[in-house]
Design a binder for this molecule. Structure first.
Ligand code: CP
Length: 296
């Protein structure tokens, strides 16, 4: 593996290989030492989980990490990002972990030729893709379900602006899960194929094995949002959450908007911090596979 840009480029075999390697890291039966490799973390959008778990993963595979601060970088003096990456490559950076508001920039960056070979890992691109989140979600789900075929996964919230939803749907379809998108029309993405749309949360949650909740992405929405109406019709509560369903959320949770606070202390919601923990193992596995492709 040279880059990780999206889920589309991965086969089910690739996904299982990443998860197997993550499991080896989790169990402590694999150790890696990438002391001669150098990773730049470039976050142009806010992050807590993804940024810190990449940093943790980089430390745990003994790679050298460099946190690029866009606010104090020469991008503020007018340097474009292509020249910036070319200079990082010349300095000796082997891999860039990028979070950016653009849906397409990471693909465009990957297609360029740089001073030295450089790998790109997508840590969230606009509203289009968040592949490491989908992989860690799958890794978390697989600890509860051996096979996803015909399992009902109810995704609810601001689907249209959610890169997490897009990457999860792409991945879960590869494993023949039944995917339902439950949201008001303004948050549905009608371009998505191979899923069922629901406006009614109770119908959408019927017999669901997993409920994936999403945050309303205020930063990507220009128009006024009627939060009271959303809460009345779509908030996850103790009453509408199926008894045995796993409750997942990529974070950050906006408590008492998409999920009522008291739901977060239920057994169903224990998965949410497990997702954060599993993100470290998945990111160790991905970086280890990419850095190993450079040889010793
Ligand atoms: N899940 C996720 O991407 O969280 P952060 O925005 O905190 O990284």
């Amino acid at each position: 593996m040279e880059h990780l840009i999206n889920i589309k480029s991965l086969s089910t075999d690739d996904i299982n290989k990443i998860c197997n390697r993550a499991s080896e890291f989790e169990k402590g039966i694999r150790r890696s030492n990438h002391i001669n490799r150098h990773i730049a973390n470039m976050f142009f959008e806010n992050s807590t989980r993804t940024k810190l778990s990449f940093e943790m993963a980089e430390n745990r595979i003994s790679a050298n990490k460099y946190n690029f601060d866009a606010g104090t970088s020469s991008i503020n003096k007018g340097e474009d990002i292509y020249d910036t990456i070319n200079n990082l490559s010349a300095i000796g950076i082997n891999a860039v972990v990028l979070r950016h508001e653009s849906n397409t920039l990471i693909n465009e960056l990957k297609e360029k030729t740089y001073y030295n070979t450089i790998s790109f890992v997508n840590a969230g691109s606009g509203s289009s893709a968040h592949p490491t989140q989908a992989l860690l979600d799958y890794y978390t789900i697989k600890k509860h379900f051996l096979d996803l075929k015909d399992k009902i996964i109810a995704i609810t919230g601001d689907i249209v602006h959610s890169r997490v939803a897009k990457s999860n749907i792409e991945l879960l379809k590869k494993f023949n899960a039944k995917i339902r998108c439950i949201a008001p029309i303004q948050f549905q993405d009608e371009t998505l194929e191979g899923i069922d749309y629901y406006e009614d949360i109770n119908k959408g949650f019927e017999n669901a094995d997993i409920v994936m909740a999403l945050r309303i992405q205020r930063e990507r929405i220009a128009e006024k949002i009627d939060f009271d109406e959303y809460i009345n019709n779509y908030q996850i509560t103790k009453d509408n959450l199926p008894y045995n369903a796993l409750l997942m959320h990529p974070g950050p949770v906006n408590k008492d908007i998409e999920i009522k606070s008291d739901v977060l202390s239920m057994q169903n919601a224990k998965t949410i911090l497990k997702q954060a923990e599993n993100g470290v193992y998945i990111r160790m596995a991905i970086l280890d596979m990419i850095l190993s492709s450079y040889g010793i």
